[in-house]
Design a protein around this ligand. Structure first.
Ligand code: ADP
Ligand code: MG
Length: 613
């Protein structure tokens, strides 16, 4: 197919939206477009290096694997050229006209979810190629694919909805991006400015970068250098480059090992957990290298799933030099790497928790969900992960947390089990009826606010040979409190509970006097001991089968409470009124448990009760 006139194409709708935001954004750090384009050039060169291993026929096979940046201050123009893999006509359409870049995808999704055109988000995600339009009024991409039979092309766009492609003779292998800068961005064509920006990133690019004909970088891999000689700023710049980030990392771990495998690793924890903010599930982003050569940027099995919040690089000399993405399937080797790195990272977190408890607490507020996910699903590392979990409790101040180990040290001699309560917030748990009996007995209760908590506690079952017990489960046994004056005696309790059981019928499985109530007249616990109220709510929200089954609870009543004592008198004197009160008490208990689905019957009943006032 040979065209001489440019053919015009519309951008995909999402790209139009993205471009609109990028062009009109007030994001101040426009210079990130240089980083994005250099990183694309470097990716293209990496891909070519892989291609050359298997393909005999490569177009312009003698061209050096380099990146050439040139600037023309007068013409307000920058050119970034690489001799990488290049793009065919079809690839130009697919790669530059439709959304492929995971960062841009996540960015668009976050705009949908986080609302407003928050220009800072651009820096957080890195919008890839399209960031060029932050600084350029028009962009030209000259390209020739590595495939010898293909023609060369020029792709042009001003970013306003469409682009054009034209066949072009004499293009060299790779891509040459020509940017005509907007007037207010002319500074980027000044050599000193361009040099300053490129120098910040170029140290981490594995290919030579030349600026206006002069070599800028000596190719070096930060992760292979001696820790003692690396400055904090160098780490931060590397992190920004590697993770497309705009801020410094929260934590970093740089280590090397010789046995059982030779490994150099440099991994970072970002400031923010974007999954927690409701953005897309994170992709694994610790890249795998072998002696400075990139094997795979997002290897799936290099680390356990729960470690997907880490960014960085793992380099191992033990990988066969010509390992391909297919041989990544070499399970045994990847598993070995996985084990060594996970173990080392867990040890690092233990040290952080010990040496910098405040920072660790902040880390776990942000990233704790991943540790919990690991504790529930990663059987090999469960023990260690459990030690790293942090929870608020009835004894911590709001916002402060405790470890399970510290909880255990506070347990009295009598206490055999670790108690926890799940609920949406501290206030909700503290005002519910379940806590008071524990408080009255000085028993500490852990507070769990996250959906995954129930799952973790149920799966883990115990810590340090102490059972983990939900304080709102039916089979919690508490020691006796001294009997207070006027409490119903055993015979009266017997009489009242059997009357309640008959009166409330199918809605209750069991009715009994309770040890755990102090200030409330009743509480409800799930008859099914494996389902906490919290879990039932989660199942309902997820539309799980069975979540709608009629609810039967065990009702526990407080023989010391005035309402219960009155009810005992009333149930023989005025059975009709007593029935209304009993039903209302049950509903009150369900509300306390977050289990009342439909309040309409309750309102009708309340009105009836009020008539009698
Ligand atoms: P990402 O680099 O994350 O894939 P980008 O938006 O930066 O996303 O680039 C989109 C795609 O365009 C790349 O995946 C690649 O296929 C193609 N591309 C961009 N720049 C180049 C280049 N210099 N050489 C070859 N292909 C390129
Ligand atoms: Mg890119």
């Amino acid at each position: 197919m040979s065209t001489t006139t440019p053919e015009k194409f519309e951008f995909q709708a999402e790209i139009k939206q993205l471009l609109d935001i990028v062009i009109h954004s007030l994001y101040t750090e426009k210079e990130i477009f240089i980083r994005e384009l250099v990183s694309n050039a470097s990716d293209a060169l990496e891909k070519l290096r892989h291609t050359q291993l298997t393909e005999k026929n490569v177009h312009n096979d003698q061209l050096p694997l380099e990146i050439n940046v040139t600037s023309d201050e007068k013409a307000k123009q920058i050119t970034i050229q690489d001799h990488g893999i290049g793009m065919t006509r079809a690839e130009l359409i697919r790669n530059l006209g439709t959304i492929a870049h995971s960062g841009s995808k996540a960015f668009l999704k976050s705009l949908g979810e986080a609302g407003a055109k928050n220009s800072n988000l651009i820096g957080q995600f890195g919008v890839g190629f399209y960031s060029a339009f932050m600084a350029a009024k028009s962009v030209r991409v000259h390209s020739h694919s590595w495939q010898p039979g293909e023609a060369g092309h020029v792709w042009t766009s001003d970013g306003s909805g469409s682009y054009a492609i034209e066949e072009s003779a004499g293009e060299q292998r790779g891509a040459k991006i020509v940017l005509d800068l907007k007037d207010e961005c002319a500074e980027f064509a000044e050599e000193w400015r361009l040099k300053e920006i490129l120098e910040r990133y170029s140290a981490f690019v594995a290919f030579p970068i030349n600026l206006n004909g002069k070599r800028l970088n000596t190719v070096q891999a930060l992760w292979l250098r001696n820790k003692a000689e690396i400055k904090d700023e160098e780490y931060t710049e590397f992190y920004k480059f590697q993770a497309h980030a705009s801020d410094a990392p929260r934590l970093r771990l740089h280590f090397s090992a010789d046995a059982p495998l030779s490994i150099n690793a440099l991994v970072f924890v970002p400031q923010e957990n974007t999954e927690k903010l409701g953005f897309a599930r994170l992709e694994p982003s610790v890249a795998l290298y072998c002696r400075k050569v990139l094997i795979e940027a997002k290897p799936k099995d290099l680390l356990p799933e729960w470690m997907r919040f880490l960014k960085g690089v793992v380099d191992s000399e033990d990988l066969p030099l010509h390992i391909s993405r297919e041989t990544m399937q070499d399970k045994a080797l990847v598993e070995k790497l996985n084990r060594v790195i996970t173990k080392r990272f867990l040890k690092f977190l233990e040290e952080e928790a010990r040496n910098r408890p405040e920072d660790f607490e902040a880390f776990s507020r942000e990233f704790g969900q991943f540790l919990k996910e690991g504790a529930a699903l990663d059987f090999t590392h469960k023990e260690q992960l459990m030690k790293l979990l942090r929870f608020e409790s009835s004894l911590t101040a709001a916002g402060k947390t405790t470890s399970l180990a510290d909880y255990v040290t506070r347990m009295g001699g009598e206490q055999k089990e670790i108690y926890y309560l799940t609920g949406p917030s501290r206030a909700a748990i503290e005002s519910g009826p379940y806590l008071e009996g524990f408080k009255a007995r000085n028993l500490e209760v852990l507070f769990c606010y996250e959906a995954v908590d129930d799952y973790v506690m149920n799966n883990a079952r115990e810590f340090d040979s102490r059972k983990l017990i939900a304080a709102d489960h039916a089979d919690v046994k508490l020691s006796d409190l001294p009997r207070s004056e006027g409490a119903l005696g055993e015979a009266a309790v017997q009489e009242l509970t059997s009357w309640l059981k008959t009166t409330l019928g199918e809605r209750v499985a069991e009715v009994k006097a309770s040890d755990r109530l102090v200030d409330s007249p009743v509480l409800a616990v799930n008859a099914d001991r494996f389902t906490s109220p919290h879990l039932r709510r989660v199942m309902k929200a997820m539309n799980r089968p069975g979540a709608d089954a009629p609810l039967r609870v065990n009702l526990e009543l407080n023989p010391r409470h005035a309402v219960i004592r009155r009810l005992h008198e009333m149930h023989s004197a005025n059975p009709d009124r007593a029935k209304l009160v009993a039903e209302q008490l049950l509903d009150n208990a369900l509300i306390g448990a977050g289990l009342l689905d439909d309040p309409s019957a309750m309102v009708a009943r309340l009105n009836k009760l009020l008539e009698a006032v």
